[in-house]
Design a protein around this ligand. Structure first.
Ligand SMILES: *Cc1c(COP(=O)(O)O)cnc(C)c1O
Length: 385
């Protein structure tokens, strides 16, 4: 089999140890063995969310957990603010509109972040907002919104709940759900969590539970009160994504082996800096500013003079290097370099080197080696012998 160097912002490569853990003989989700697995594993995930609350597991894609967050806290006609800085923020808008909530859309240009000041100005004239929704890491543009600051603004200027889509960064970016005051934090398995698709994880604040308890939820499968009831007994209401939970336990092992979650975050920060330095050295443009650059995905403009779809399919065919293209109006204009989860500085050096080889095939004008050297320098400067 030919290799597939998967550098998408999800799904992402699966570590061998996780694959082997998922190969466990099937067990029933109504056994003592499962209860123990569930309890231990969800407890070990808490530091990744920065919470003391329970971690709930839904056998679903990330979108279902986002939908759960929406339907459990709101009733039709209620007002919400959705911060959108790209394609995934817009999905949040669609979910809210589908259920008949009145959406105030705080929209920024693709490639920009939502700043504290943006949110203050937007929230001030509104008086009846029940929830503010934000994307932590916008996967379509590689923007990391300043979530800690936005959480503070929500608390200061409203009584609204603050709901955060962390699907493409939790596991690779800092998260202090309790300390920052996030009311619902959601992620999925197939991005920075190093698992296959099919499991979503979420955690809920006391304040949000009080709202959920009073709210009438129209969803059966996504009724979070039922997830909470079953979690008390170490189970989920319906059949769990059992294999993925075995995998999740191995993910927690890997994070421990790395030296704890702060080391995992530092590795993502390092990889971001390596990619950005390499592209700058190659005179290839970056969509976002350094200030709000994502630690898990970098959006990169087409190298000057190159037909991007042709270049990407060439990288894939000749070098087995697989990047994601742009979404929406950025399709054909940018490509997205995923560096999250099971990805290391050595993988960045490999990808940059192969990009350089591809650039030479296309007669792009540059000094071969400058990108690799720039990435190497960042690595060496961070890890001095
Ligand atoms: C991938 C992604 C989602 C959707 O997750 P699915 O598992 O595809 O449902 C939602 N939000 C963000 C930010 C994502 O990156």
């Amino acid at each position: 089999m030919y290799p597939n160097i998967l550098r998408h912002p999800g799904p992402t490569p699966i570590p061998k140890k996780v694959q082997l853990a998922m190969d466990h003989d099937m067990i029933s989700h109504r056994t003592e063995e499962f209860v123990q697995l569930y309890r231990e594993t969800t407890k070990r995930v808490k530091p990744i969310f920065g919470t003391n609350q329970e971690i709930l597991l839904i056998p679903s894609g990330g979108t279902a957990a986002l939908e759960a967050a929406v339907v459990n806290i709101l009733s039709p006609g209620e007002e919400v603010v959705v911060i959108t800085v790209g394609a995934f923020g817009n999905y949040f808008v669609s979910i809210c509109e589908k259920y008949g909530f009145k959406v105030h859309k705080l929209e920024k240009n693709w490639g920009d972040a939502c700043t504290e000041e943006d949110l203050i100005q937007f929230l001030k004239p509104l008086s009846n907002v029940k929830a503010v929704f934000a994307t932590y890491n916008e996967t379509s543009t590689g923007i990391l919104n300043p979530i800690e600051k936005l959480a503070e603004v929500v608390r200061t200027y409203s009584d609204a709940l603050f709901i955060v889509d962390g699907v493409s960064c939790i596991g690779g970016a800092p998260a202090e759900m309790d300390k920052w005051g996030i009311d619902i934090l959601v992620t999925g398995s197939q991005k920075a969590m190093m698992l296959p698709p099919g499991l979503s994880l979420l955690s809920i604040s006391e304040k949000a539970w009080r709202v959920i308890e009073k709210n009438h939820t129209s969803s059966y499968y996504l009724d979070l009160l039922s997830y909470r009831d079953w979690a008390e007994n170490g189970m989920t209401p319906n059949t769990s994504a059992i294999s993925l939970i075995f995998g999740l336990s191995a993910v927690c092992d890997l994070i421990e082996e790395e030296g704890g979650f702060s080391q995992t975050i530092a590795r993502h920060e390092l990889m971001k800096n390596m990619v950005r330095s390499a592209m700058k050295a190659l005179s290839i443009g970056l969509l976002t500013s350094d200030e709000y650059a994502s630690p898990t995905i970098t959006a990169i403009w087409a190298p000057k003079g190159l037909e991007l779809p042709l270049f990407l399919s060439h990288l894939k065919q000749k070098y087995y290097l697989d990047f994601a293209g742009g979404l929406g109006h950025l399709q054909g204009k940018i490509f997205r370099f995923g560096h999250m989860g099971y990805c290391f500085p050595s993988d960045i050096l490999q990808a940059v080197s192969l990009i350089e080889a591809g650039l030479q095939d296309f007669n792009y004008s540059f000094e071969p080696g400058v990108g690799v050297l720039a990435a190497q320098r960042v690595f060496l400067d961070t890890h001095r012998m």
